[in-house]
Design a protein around this ligand. Structure first.
Ligand SMILES: NC(=O)c1ccc[n+]([C@@H]2O[C@H](COP(=O)([O-])OP(=O)(O)OC[C@H]3O[C@@H](n4cnc5c(N)ncnc54)[C@H](OP(=O)(O)O)[C@@H]3O)[C@@H](O)[C@H]2O)c1
Length: 195
């Protein structure tokens, strides 16, 4: 049984992943989010809710203590957040992080140049990749709400495949990575629906 800390737990992918963690694993979940009133139907005895900002280092370290895996489901100033997360993980001795990013950060999508809009994703990925942590960065295609689990992955250095992926597929990949620490270790995975 593992302890999983989910940062940005009210995010769309996070909420889908929480449902799958509860259905398919026996993991204990700590849900870290800025406004805990936003989470509903979290009655499971395997769920602990912690209100906090990822930029609040002390609160973050407290929530991180004793965790096996961190899943970061964030948006915004991702570079600053990634730095704070790495510092907190180093301070608390937690090694495994799954960090959601975006397709296109390595110019791996044929025919697409996403420009500066992806800078927060690029810079945060560099922070994570230059840490000593056991990280997996996830680079999803455009999200859909289709109720299906149907995806393939590519690794860093390979061209990105496809253009969309269901939120449920991304959540499934997160649960698999969180429960198999050697999967995707120190790698960056593109994820898409096969075309
Ligand atoms: N849409 C797409 O097709 C697509 C494709 C590829 C990648 N992505 C990226 O994948 C990521 C996950 O997507 P998503 O739909 O789950 O994102 P989302 O719904 O926007 O969730 C992001 C979460 O980050 C939280 N957050 C932001 N700053 C925070 C802070 N300082 N402390 C704590 N929490 C903070 C937000 O909390 P609050 O609720 O408090 O605001 C929000 O719940 C995003 O970065 C997104 O840009 C999206």
């Amino acid at each position: 049984m593992s302890n999983v800390l989910i940062l940005g737990a009210n995010g769309g992918i996070a909420r889908t992943a929480i449902d799958l963690f509860l259905e398919e694993t026996d993991a204990q979940l700590t849900l870290y989010l800025r406004n805990s009133h936003r989470l509903h139907n979290m009655e499971s005895t395997r769920v602990r809710v912690v209100e906090g900002d990822v930029m609040d280092s002390e609160n973050l370290k407290k929530a991180m203590t004793g965790q096996d895996v961190v899943y970061a489901n964030l948006a915004g100033d991702l570079e600053k957040m990634a730095k704070n997360i790495v510092l907190a993980m180093n301070a608390t001795g937690v090694k495994r992080i799954i960090f959601i990013s975006s397709m296109g950060i390595y110019d791996e999508v044929s025919g697409e140049k996403y420009g500066s809009i992806l800078n927060p994703f690029r810079k945060s990925a560099q922070v994570i990749e230059s840490s000593d942590l056991n990280y997996t960065i996830i680079r999803p295609a455009w999200f859909t709400n289709v109720n299906e689990i149907d995806y393939e992955t590519t690794v860093k250095g390979e061209p990105f495949k496809g253009s969309s992926v269901s939120r449920k597929s991304v959540a499934d990949l997160i649960v698999k990575l969180a429960t198999n620490p050697e999967w995707g270790a120190r790698n960056s995975l593109g994820v898409n629906k096969p075309e």
